[in-house]
Design a protein around this ligand. Structure first.
Ligand SMILES: C[S@@+](CC[C@H](N)C(=O)[O-])C[C@H]1O[C@@H](n2cnc3c(N)ncnc32)[C@H](O)[C@@H]1O
Length: 254
């Protein structure tokens, strides 16, 4: 039958598209990918709103269970729900590709993503370079990649979006302060003058929800701000157009 990859948007149960909701309602089995991002509502609230039972798909279910889900979709309508947009995490392309390879019908229903919601900062989406992730240091003690990505983007004037590590099952979410400290730590090691206490940075929390927070300021200022509940991301701006500069300085400066 069909595997539907459905984006849920960023905030809560009401952010699903009309097409997404109609599709969920007609599916026989509904999975929810629960480890690459976080909604501002519970699984029970989603189930209530969709009128469907939801099976939580953890990292194991998806990365090793792709085969099983694709197999199920051969003769059932299966919904696979993803927070944000289905293709704004690197993981779900595997499931999509496997379905195509196995000649199982697969449809994608897109939605808003953190990759576009950051436009609300006033920074032009067209001027973002490569996106990077900042993982917890204990798992990556020799981490340099985010620093190098920021360096490469800055060299050509581009902004960098840093996605911050999360482990929702353990209720563990890297904060903006922690992410900035990791970048400072790499700076102390590499000494390439990419970031310092006076660098302009932008922190965002819960984008797309009524309770979103966007703050711009120096690295030192942002480390002192309590951004509230997760999820969080961090932007290191590149060369600023005057409209971008005004947005950061007048609208979002702490
Ligand atoms: C791998 S991305 C997943 C993106 C998701 N599929 C989407 O389209 O938005 C997850 C990371 O994006 C960031 N993020 C996701 N949603 C966010 C939000 N609403 N506000 C701020 N940052 C967010 C966090 O850094 C989080 O660790």
């Amino acid at each position: 039958m069909t595997l539907y990859l459905i984006g849920l948007g960023l905030a809560d149960e009401k952010d699903i598209t009309v097409r997404g909701l109609e599709t969920v309602k007609k599916c026989e089995k509904v999975y929810l990918e629960s480890y690459t991002s976080l909604l501002q509502c519970s699984k029970a609230e989603l189930e209530n709103f969709y009128g469907k039972k939801i099976i939580l798909a953890d990292r194991e279910t998806t990365e090793q269970g792709d085969e099983r889900i694709v197999e199920e979709a051969k003769n059932k309508k299966i919904a696979f729900l993803i927070v944000g947009d289905p293709f704004s995490a690197t993981t779900h392309i595997q499931l999509f590709k496997l379905a195509l390879e196995k000649k199982v019908k697969v449809r994608v229903i897109h939605n808003a993503s953190v990759l576009t919601a950051i436009g609300e900062t006033g920074l032009e989406l067209y001027k973002f370079g490569k996106t990077t992730s900042i993982p917890f240091l204990n798992e990556h003690p020799n981490l340099e990649t985010p620093y190098n990505v920021i360096k490469d983007n800055k060299r050509i004037g581009l902004h960098t979006l840093c996605l911050l590590d999360l482990k929702p099952a353990e209720k563990k979410f890297m904060t903006i302060k922690e992410a900035l400290e990791i970048l400072e730590q790499i700076e102390r090691k590499k000494k390439e003058k990419i970031i310092n206490e006076k660098s302009l940075v932008v922190g965002c929390a819960r984008l797309g929800s009524d309770k979103q927070t966007i703050k711009a300021g120096t690295l030192l200022e942002l480390k002192k701000i309590d951004f509230g509940k997760p999820p969080y991301c961090l932007i290191i701006p590149g060369k600023l157009h005057f409209v971008e500069e005004e947005m950061l300085k007048t609208v979002y400066h702490n």
